[in-house]
Design a protein around this ligand. Structure first.
Ligand SMILES: Nc1ncnc2c1ncn2[C@@H]1O[C@H](COP(=O)(O)OP(=O)(O)OP(=O)(O)O)[C@@H](O)[C@H]1O
Ligand SMILES: [Mg+2]
Length: 485
């Protein structure tokens, strides 16, 4: 900022020059030229403002100005007790209230010790209608003014604006209402379409009972994926990541997908392949999915190659049938290359039944085994459902029983929900585990009996065969059979 003494000397020299010109001018210079000279001198000697104002308009050409949108969001976190007027709104699809500055309002912000003044301006402009001069159109031009000392220009334009853009993105992500897109059932003439509802699945990584190391590995993998935009570009790969979740029913595969979506703030597209009859529909639907989303195909072992699809039930017989390899090729190729930040998740209860094409390296980047509940998972569920973080006198018995039988987190969760009284709920878990253990023993008994019956039948069959052959000299294979008998 110029010092007061330098400002004073500038004023003094300007005044002296003007007076000199005036006195000379009165005598010598004709009136119009005198006026011109005086105004030129005033212009050159006028003290310069030490401040710079950036004007951030709402639109740049046809498109939105991202800096304006970011400023609008960012500035609602900076509202001070001096703010006098705010705008408040909420659309049906929004979770929270939206608060914005009202026109004319000012705000002060600081960045690395630099003081910045924001002002929101709405200026009405009048545009003449070229076809009708009596009829002009009024429109509103909205912009922010950001004022600070000129000497900080590089820092403000370079780092502060970037900071505002990033903060606004983070705030938007926090406020974003996630969407769950599913396929509508009615098969209209132009095929199935995505329908969306708000995704309000409460699952998070904190509430999910899973091995802590595995949980951290999944979170790290997601974080790495999201921040590696440049890496994917550099190595020439589409910015997508595939996860295969496998495990018995009720072990939290769908809950993990919801936790991933909530963590990343990504929308979910649930692609129920059974609803799709034609390859062309599949392509259209995949191309209609947005960036920063998770495409989910549940129960992949059961959902492809359905016979009704193969025969086309009378519709468009010539259309190519849906095959897993067709789907995967399309996902690897066109779909992933025309979008960014795509995640694809397949789930299955039977990893061993999956087509090898799906397990090929590079297809599903991470295989995640969701398994039966162990003692760690149990404690996680108890902490979520009953708010018990320490020890409970029934834990020992429960953990002992859990070592002897297999129970899913879903079954435990169901018991824990039955009562708010921890003792009652945990007794319920003990009953469940005992029942499962008994059922398990019975199933094992039945399995043993079945095995014995099968062996007996085999022995009889082989015995008959040997007797029929009437040979005393047994061949090598028959020796093996004798041994078995
Ligand atoms: N690991 C888990 N942690 C916390 N809750 C779980 C877990 N697994 C299951 N649950 C509870 O059980 C319910 C059903 O689980 P979920 O639908 O995620 O299982 P799934 O593995 O997808 O089963 P399926 O194979 O039948 O689709 C969930 O809503 C949740 O309440
Ligand atoms: Mg599921």
């Amino acid at each position: 900022m110029p010092s007061p003494s330098s400002l004073f000397s500038a004023y003094a020299s300007m005044a002296a020059s003007i007076m000199l010109v005036r006195s000379m001018a009165n005598d010598l210079i004709p009136h119009p030229i005198r006026g011109y000279l005086l105004s030129t001198l005033r212009y050159y000697f006028k003290p310069r403002s030490p401040q710079l104002t950036l004007v951030i308009e709402e639109n740049c050409g046809m498109s939105r100005n991202q800096v304006f949108d970011a400023a609008e969001i960012y500035l609602c976190t900076k509202i001070s007790p001096n703010t006098e007027r705010l705008k408040i709104s909420k659309s049906p699809k929004e979770k929270n209230l939206t608060i914005r500055l009202e026109k004319g309002e000012k705000l002060v912000d600081f960045h690395e010790g630099i003081e910045l003044m924001w002002r929101f301006v709405c200026a009405e402009t009048e545009r003449n209608n070229p076809n009708d001069h009596n009829n002009s159109q009024r429109s509103e031009k909205r912009y922010f003014e950001l004022t600070f000392l000129k000497k900080h220009k590089d820092k403000i334009v370079g780092s502060y604006i970037q900071f505002v853009l990033e903060r606004a993105k983070a705030i938007k992500d926090e406020e974003r209402v996630l969407k769950m897109h599913t396929l509508n059932n009615s098969y209209s003439y132009n095929g199935v379409k995505w329908e969306s509802i708000n995704l309000e699945h409460p699952a998070t990584f904190e509430t999910l009972a899973m091995d802590p190391e595995l949980r951290n590995a999944v979170i790290e993998d997601l974080d790495r994926f999201v921040r590696r935009k440049d890496f994917y570009k550099r190595v020439g790969r589409a910015w997508k990541r595939g996860y295969l979740l496998y495990g018995p029913p009720g072990t939290g595969k769908s809950s993990l997908i919801a936790a991933m979506a909530n963590y990343l703030k990504f929308d979910v597209y649930d692609l129920q392949l059974a609803n799709i009859l034609r390859d062309s529909d599949l392509r259209r639907l995949l191309l209609a999915t947005a960036n920063r989303s998770i495409l989910v195909i549940e129960d992949i072992d059961c959902s492809v190659d359905l016979p009704d699809r193969r025969h086309g039930d009378g519709r468009k017989q010539h259309d190519a049938q849906l095959t897993l390899s067709g789907l995967l090729n399309f996902i690897d190729g066109l779909w992933s290359s025309c979008g960014d930040e795509r995640i694809i998740v397949f789930t299955t209860n039977h990893k061993d039944r999956l087509d090898p094409a799906l397990l090929r390296p590079g297809r599903m980047d991470m295989h995640i085994n969701m398994s039966y509940c162990n003692s760690h998972g149990f404690k996680q569920l108890v902490s979520t459902y009953l708010d018990i973080r320490g020890h409970h006198h029934l834990f020992g018995e429960i953990e002992g029983l859990m070592g002897e039988t297999q129970v899913t987190p879903a079954q435990i969760a169901e018991e824990l929900m039955r009562s708010e009284d921890a003792d009652v709920a945990l007794q319920g878990v003990i009953k469940l585990l005992k029942r499962k253990k008994m059922e398990g023993d019975e199933v094992e008994d039945v399995a043993d009996q079945n095995k014995a019956a099968i062996q007996k039948a085999k022995r009889q069959k082989l015995g008959n065969k040997l007797r029929r052959s009437g040979r005393n000299n047994v061949t090598k294979s028959n020796r093996r059979i004798r041994k078995f008998l």
